[in-house]
Design a protein around this ligand. Structure first.
Ligand code: FPP
Length: 262
């Protein structure tokens, strides 16, 4: 993996992915749903490996939403088994490539052996600084926002901050710990909704919906998403930024135009 930042001096992109379509992929092949999840692990591997070269320094994967508890017990069990095996089998490569694994979401309901594998992967890769790989497990954005709000309320109660210090900025810091917001949010399999994923943090994220089912999603699909992202104009509520003059001649022409206008 390449540790060089590649985004014009910025630390790299933060990309979030809602990995959807595993069930449909399996059904089309006459396979049980969990086989779609199994095939999806291969996509996770491929995409994670591609990140540094594509200028992605943070990748947040929606692996298990808090609403996924509504699924049949057998499917839930297999999903956590896959997560456990992924952590166990991939941690060496992740560590060698400078990735750092961090789980986001609730930990108190994750089956013990999956949680142990996850925490071992977190500990083993703690020093990684090439790619921050965030696995959203038992995750709900609304829950995370409520947690951050509760934490600020407790600080007010303890007299550490004043009520008027509860602002969008302090809530943001409480929620994200200062991690840059996602630049790009990808959802696979054609659905066009956020499903309680990174709701606050994605206020200005570019949204990209791919028709490709997650188990078929590979590096080239991620590359296409990044290429589309780079073509988009991000204004963050402001005006279109002026193109920066690149050459001395362009600089002089721009200065002359400025003088004529002024
Ligand atoms: C959505 O597809 C996918 C999930 C609920 C689970 C995603 C999990 C993995 C890709 C495997 C494990 C993850 C890691 C990080 C190792 P769906 O079942 O809702 O598909 P459908 O909409 O076609 O039914």
């Amino acid at each position: 993996m390449n540790p060089e930042p590649r985004d014009n001096g910025r630390a790299g992109l933060h990309v979030g992915i809602i990995m959807d379509g595993n069930g449909r992929w399996a059904r089309r092949r006459g396979l049980p749903r969990w086989r779609g999840h199994l095939a999806g692990v291969e996509s996770v591997r491929d995409v994670v490996r591609a990140c540094p070269e594509l200028g992605i320094s943070t990748l947040t994967l929606y692996a298990f939403s808090s609403d996924n508890w509504k699924r049949p017990r057998g499917e839930i069990g297999r999903l956590f088994w896959l997560l456990r095996e992924y952590c166990r089998r991939e941690q060496d490569e992740l560590q060698a490539n400078g990735a750092r694994v961090v789980a986001i979401g609730r930990r108190d309901r994750i089956p013990k052996s999956a949680l142990a594998a996850l925490e071992e992967a977190e500990a083993r890769t703690r020093e990684g600084n090439t790619l921050l790989l965030r696995l959203a497990i038992d995750y709900s954005a609304r829950w995370a926002i409520a947690q951050a709000a509760r934490s600020l309320a407790l600080k007010v109660e303890a007299g550490e901050i004043e009520p008027d210090q509860v602002t969008a900025e302090t809530l943001h810091r409480e929620l994200t710990g200062g991690l840059p917001d996602p630049d790009l949010l990808i959802r696979t399999a054609g659905e066009q909704r956020l499903s309680d994923f990174l709701l606050w943090e994605s206020a200005y994220a570019e949204l990209y919906f791919s028709p490709v089912l997650w188990p078929d999603f590979r590096r080239e699909h991620l590359e296409a998403a990044i290429a589309e992202f780079r073509r988009r104009e991000r204004r963050f509520g402001g005006l279109v930024p002026k193109a920066r003059p690149e050459t001395a001649a362009e600089l002089l022409a721009a200065a002359a135009a400025e003088l004529r206008l002024g």
